[in-house]
Design a protein around this ligand. Sequence first.
Ligand SMILES: CC(C)(COP(=O)(O)OP(=O)(O)OC[C@H]1O[C@@H](n2cnc3c(N)ncnc32)[C@H](O)[C@@H]1OP(=O)(O)O)[C@@H](O)C(=O)NCCC(=O)NCCS
Length: 397
Amino acid sequence: MGLKEAVIRSYNGEADRARVEDLERRCEVGPTERVYLFTDTMGDPICRIRNSPMHKMLVAELNNQLVGVIQGSIKLVTFHNTPPKDHESNLARVGYILGLRVSPLHRRKGIGSRLVCRLQEWFVANDVDYSYMATEKDNEASVRLFIEKFGYIKFRTPAILVNPVRCRPCHVSSNIEIAKLKVEEAEFLYRKYMSSTEFFPHDIDKVLGNKLSLGTWVAYPRGEFGNFGSNGQVLPKSWAMISVWNSGEVFKLRLGKAPFSCLLYAKSWRLMDKFLPCLKLLPSMPDFFNPFGFYFMYGVYHEGPLSGKLVRNLCHFVHNMASTTTKNCRCKVVVTEVGGCDSVLRHHIPHWKLLSCSEDLWCIKVMKRKEADRISVHELTKTQQTNKALFVDPREV
Ligand SMILES: CC(C)(COP(=O)(O)OP(=O)(O)OC[C@H]1O[C@@H](n2cnc3c(N)ncnc32)[C@H](O)[C@@H]1OP(=O)(O)O)[C@@H](O)C(=O)NCCC(=O)NCCS
């Protein structure tokens, strides 16, 4: 008698919720040699895709056991790196694959591959041009599955920057003006200045208008005139813009399998805080071992000679906003993801190397081969060295 095959079907919240969360816990993804942050979906495993315009979650079931899961979303983004000939030619439908997990006891039996196949079929049925996924570059199983088995190719390596939120406020320069924009003003600026950025979402208005988006702020030198309104053509020579997404409202983070040295470090730091409060100059280390909320900064844009400093001050401003969150939804880190080549942003966005990931690996695959005008992905990877920014959609964090 042949071995039974896992059944792949759509996720059913009522029946699968607890079992998917249990599977997630058994599959903690992350390198063993360094600290990483684990996602805690707090009873709602579909939360990471719920805000995307089209989404799907599949599960694999074998002998009544839930043994695998995968999630995907579809949206329209700016894709080609060439200047737009007409408005539509710069847009592509992209499918994003995330949250692939197979129970440790059922690995290397083709379940992961079948889940990817079924999700790709959903992409094809929904007219997706390109499928992409992100992984730790040293996750060998995932890299080999997507690259060797499914023909994905390495595409971009953005950096995930994580900054802990301390109790004490960060300094915001009095020479800098920071102003909150209305959603329509933010949309106007994003469409004007960032719509040619790779992966810029066509439905930016939906992102900015989502209840999880806390707002968009601009910074510019005090005394300079800034008209950021929808008809505003006069902008300061240097300015920067950041939007903030309250990711902690959707899911929490906690430190996963921290190496002993880190645990020791955190513990001694807390003891010092408790018994030697006079050492006020030391930034206190937050407790990362229980689930905590976080803010995600997205749509970071900067222009002009002083813009690096403006970005840094905006980050301090967001840090201070995060530090005032209440105990219940305490926000303990501020996270952002920037294109691999954007050295200005990497330099000016405050972050802890220990918690950050310098190279998140994005892999991509062409799903629609027939259309003659589709740029080849090999050509796209050649543009890796250009100084292009990347728009990381907060709905996909
Ligand atoms: C990655 C993962 C989903 C693979 O699931 P799986 O059911 O074992 O995958 P498959 O059996 O379909 O393997 C397909 C191919 O992937 C590659 N692969 C899978 N596991 C591998 C491993 N541990 N080491 C090296 N290659 C591996 C192989 O090329 C394999 O083909 P082969 O078995 O013919 O050699 C599973 O290991 C897992 O859940 N890991 C933890 C979570 C994770 O890392 N998810 C990916 C995040 S994007």
